[in-house]
Design a protein around this ligand. Structure first.
Ligand SMILES: Cc1cc2nc3c(=O)[nH]c(=O)nc-3n(C[C@H](O)[C@H](O)[C@H](O)COP(=O)(O)OP(=O)(O)OC[C@H]3O[C@@H](n4cnc5c(N)ncnc54)[C@H](O)[C@@H]3O)c2cc1C
Ligand code: SF4
Length: 328
């Protein structure tokens, strides 16, 4: 049996010190993904650094109206926070569409962003997987790939990112805050998760030993409305086949602010910049919305089993954008 050291960190500095010089150390949030992967033999850490007692469990309003979400804020607490429900319903809806009540009570903000793909080949240590063992091949490429990516994939990996929270944060221009051996830094959420290219073992741009300390949510322009919609195999306890998060401000019948992101389609939340550019400053008739969504999804390259995702994502996006831009 492999020995495992458990450390409970009392401060960010203590957590970083416990990680230093130990590439096989892992921070432990709610453990709902990490511990599952340890049971499957996918993760084999030597040290678990429990960060759930760090003072990072608050949602704080900043003077400019932004919200700072601590890294260890539980998914249920974030979804139910009055300021989140009032100002960012898309975020609350995305969280509540994920996992189950019990899991959300334990899962943390940072852990949700850093959860690993649900690709069945990644989770099966008997199968080839470039993400788990670089250079071993991709079992899903010519295997069963119904749940996999249609955008931004490579010959090395066709996995999708499973987080619902990350999709909403991508549409909201959120920023990830990190602390590491070299000090603190911030990265826009849309740049935090990577496309697989030829190194799918790296899900994100986080460096070894870096700790997510929080997520910054900028204020939205007044009157912005937002929504999340997710298609899945079951009504609960199921990951997105496709999802869309959108935040829109209308003025005088014209789109004045727009953020749109897709989930379930790519290795990272997919910010739909082409859709946004097509609609910004114009009147969003149903035809214009459909054209704008098609402009984004024209880049899709479906695999053998997942062409259905393109029309599914199109229908979700047209419905969500149609509802957010409809005259009241
Ligand atoms: C049956 C089931 C269904 C699910 N359905 C959904 C769903 O529909 N949608 C969805 O979005 N999610 C879903 N999930 C995933 C669930 O939301 C994640 O497991 C959870 O959010 C992970 O959070 P955690 O705090 O438990 O992370 P952990 O398991 O503790 O950690 C995950 C990873 O993040 C790292 N980590 C944690 N915190 C930090 C930090 N502060 N800094 C640096 N690294 C850190 C850990 O080292 C680990 O690598 C489901 C899970 C299960 C088991
Ligand atoms: S899609 Fe990615 S995670 Fe899945 S088997 Fe291929 S390399 Fe591994």
């Amino acid at each position: 049996m492999k020995p495992l050291l458990y450390v409970r960190a009392g401060s960010v500095a203590e957590a970083a010190a416990a990680h230093a010089g130990r590439p096989e150390a892992r921070y432990l949030g709610g453990g709902t993904n990490l511990v599952d992967l340890m049971k499957l033999g996918v993760e084999r850490p030597e040290v678990l650094i429990d960060i759930t007692r760090l003072p990072l469990d608050q949602v704080e309003e900043l003077p400019d109206g932004a919200l700072r979400i601590g890294a260890t804020v539980r998914n249920s607490d974030l979804a139910g926070h009055p300021l989140v429900r009032e100002r960012y319903p898309v975020l609350s809806q995305a969280l509540l569409s994920g996992a189950s009540g019990q899991l959300r009570n334990v899962a943390t903000t940072a852990g949700n962003l850093l959860q690993r793909t649900r690709c069945a080949y990644f989770q099966d240590v008997g199968k080839p997987c470039n993400k788990r063992v670089p250079g071993s091949g991709c079992g899903a490429l010519d295997g069963v790939n119904r749940d996999h990516a249609v955008l931004g994939h490579s010959e090395h990996c066709v996995a999708t990112h499973p987080s619902d929270l990350a999709v909403a944060l991508a549409a909201l221009d959120a920023v990830v805050e990190m602390a590491g051996p070299g000090g603190g830094r911030t990265v826009e959420l849309t740049e935090f998760h990577r496309l697989p290219q030829d190194s799918p073992d790296q899900d994100t741009v986080i460096n070894p030993g870096e700790l997510i300390t929080g997520v910054l949510l900028p204020p939205l322009p007044g009157g912005t409305v937002s929504r999340y919609r997710k298609a899945r195999d079951r009504a609960s306890f199921a990951f997105a086949l496709a999802s869309v998060a959108a935040a829109v401000q209308m003025r005088g019948g014209v789109v004045r602010h727009i953020g749109v992101a897709f989930g379930g389609l790519a290795h990272r939340p997919w910010r739909a910049r082409r859709t946004e550019a097509a609609l910004l400053g114009s009147a969003p008739t149903p035809e214009a919305v459909a054209r704008a969504v098609d402009a984004e999804l024209a880049a899709a390259v479906p695999l053998r089993d997942n062409a259905y995702k393109v029309s599914l994502a199109r229908d979700l996006a047209c419905e969500v954008l149609g509802s957010l831009t409809a005259p009241t």
